[in-house]
Ligand binder design. Structure first.
Ligand SMILES: [Zn+2]
Length: 510
């Protein structure tokens, strides 16, 4: 009996132990954070596979290496992003994300939240269909007969649809939703626009008054504005570049800052592309596959810009797809920072020491060109403000006539009499495929300026030839992907948040 009872006791203990072990393993396995992590990992693997597919399709679209099928990967994104379990899980975890101890997991939830939010507009069935239709009608080499197609009407329809979907989600309109998902924030952005407008008004007005005096007229005309813009661009980018081989010069420029192009999984191709297609850099697999194709005769700064997108992706070592920042779903990557990385690379070709070495310009000429660029920079900045605000206003006031919007903004930013201002239609592929994207190019110029100031402070005036510079860029700006917010990345690498005043100082705008 006793023996039995001991045995029974032992048995009971063993059973109890294994039962607790079972429970323990089970708890460990069904720890909600683990479940979440496992589920998101599975979804991110699928997400990344579709990103590869769409990247490859766009590569074919631009390089004509093979037939481009953009529709099927988009449909796959649609299916993935409308997955109920995924949406429920993110909706449940997003409000209590701060309870999660694993900060990478926490950030993944934030990114998923933004991706799903922007997808509920951009990948809404109606929006997607209309967008596909417009893209098909605008394709450069498209076979569709578009002679009777009402681009402006259809574009307005798409704008209203994007607004309507945003309102259904509790936002005032698409601008508010879009600026939440792009990481800038509506309030911050509007404040930025106001500040830039105010700070450039007086120097721009001086330019305008001078032209009126010189021409002895009381009207400042659109063609005068185009001359300003032309002067800025003509003097800001390097000319008389010694070598005609752009790809070679990209490699040399990278090598100068300690980055060996030949060790990178990157492919740069220069070839004649159909008219109207300049080229494109594509981060197909982050961090393992970057390709850029460009048509003949593009400037070195354009090549350096695209290569900058490449460096940003190729040195990303975060190793979790949603934090790698694929560009295909708005809200995944911070686009103004991504464009900032591209421009940071392009700015090496605008560096005075770089120009001394790789162009046939004398130092005097280089300095003179910089002064001319400075002089017209207020016009360049206000041209950007006009350009992205006319699209923004369309979403803010969809009932307002687009011509009216452009004329009002021309008066505000260009000081051009509205009656004489020639407006443009809505047929613009960027409005269709990259809604509310254009502000990123102005922000990118500011980001690049700030980073180059820091590089000069840290590495001296010859920083474009310092082998440690590449490592600095990698460590502070590329390696962590989307783990930190864009402003935090700037702070970590430059010591401050976006700095408008230093930017205006660079162009000597007072
Ligand atoms: Zn770019």
């Amino acid at each position: 009996m006793k023996k039995y009872s001991v045995n029974k006791f032992k048995m009971k203990n063993i059973l109890l132990l294994s039962f607790s072990l079972f429970i323990f393993i089970n708890i460990a396995c069904s720890n909600p954070e683990n479940d979440l992590n496992n589920f998101l990992t599975k979804k991110e693997i699928q997400y990344e596979e579709i990103a590869f597919e769409i990247g490859d399709a766009y590569w074919n679209f631009y390089s004509a290496e093979a037939e481009a099928d953009l529709k099927s990967p988009k449909q796959k994104f649609y299916n993935l992003l409308h997955n109920d379990t995924l949406n429920t899980l993110i909706n449940t975890w997003y409000p209590k994300r701060n309870e999660i101890t694993d900060t990478i997991l926490q950030r993944r939830i934030e990114k998923w939240h933004l991706v799903l939010l922007s997808a509920s507009v951009e990948y809404d069935k109606e929006v997607m269909e209309l967008r596909n239709e417009l893209e098909e009608m605008m394709e450069v080499s498209g076979e569709k007969d578009n002679s009777n197609y009402d681009f402006d009407g259809k574009m307005l329809e798409l704008i209203k649809l994007r607004n309507q979907k945003s309102i259904e989600l509790g936002y005032d309109n698409y601008v508010h939703l879009s600026f939440e998902t792009n990481g800038l924030g509506y309030e911050w952005f509007m404040d930025f626009v106001n500040q830039m407008g105010k700070l450039t008004y007086a120097p721009y007005n001086n330019l305008v008054e001078k032209v009126k005096d010189e021409n002895n007229t009381k009207d400042f005309e659109q063609r005068n504005l185009f001359q300003f813009i032309g002067q800025f661009y003509g003097n800001n980018d390097p000319i008389k570049v010694k070598t005609k081989d752009n790809i070679e010069l990209v490699k040399i420029s990278l090598n100068n800052i300690g980055i060996n192009y030949d060790e990178l999984p990157a492919k740069l191709v220069e070839m004649k592309l159909p008219d109207g297609v300049g080229g494109q850099g594509l981060m197909i697999n982050i961090p393992n596959d970057f390709r850029a194709v460009m048509t003949l005769g593009m400037d070195i700064s354009v090549w350096m810009h695209e290569m900058g997108h490449g460096l940003h992706g190729l040195f990303n070592s975060i190793n979790t797809p949603i934090l790698e920042g694929y560009e295909w779903i708005p809200g995944n990557a911070n686009a103004s920072f991504a464009e900032g990385m591209a421009e940071t690379s392009a700015w090496f070709s605008r560096n005075i020491e770089w120009q001394k070495k790789y162009t046939n310009l004398t130092e005097v000429q280089i300095n003179e060109r910089k002064l001319i660029a400075n002089k017209y920079a207020p016009a360049f900045i206000r041209y950007h403000l006009y350009n992205f605000m006319r699209e923004t206003e369309l979403y803010l006031n969809p009932e307002k006539d687009y011509d009216e919007i452009q004329k009002e903004l021309a008066k505000k930013y260009f000081l051009i009499d509205s009656e004489k201002f020639r407006t443009q239609g809505l047929k613009n592929i960027i409005y269709v495929s990259y809604p509310l994207y254009l502000q990123n190019y102005l922000l990118a110029d500011i980001v690049a300026c700030q980073i180059h100031n820091t590089l000069e402070e840290k590495f001296g005036k010859d920083y474009a030839f310092n082998k440690e510079v590449g490592a600095y860029l990698i460590q502070h700006f590329y390696s962590k992907g989307e783990y930190y917010d864009w402003n935090k990345r700037l702070e970590k690498g430059t010591g401050k948040a976006l700095d408008i005043n230093s930017y205006l100082d660079y162009y000597e705008i007072k």
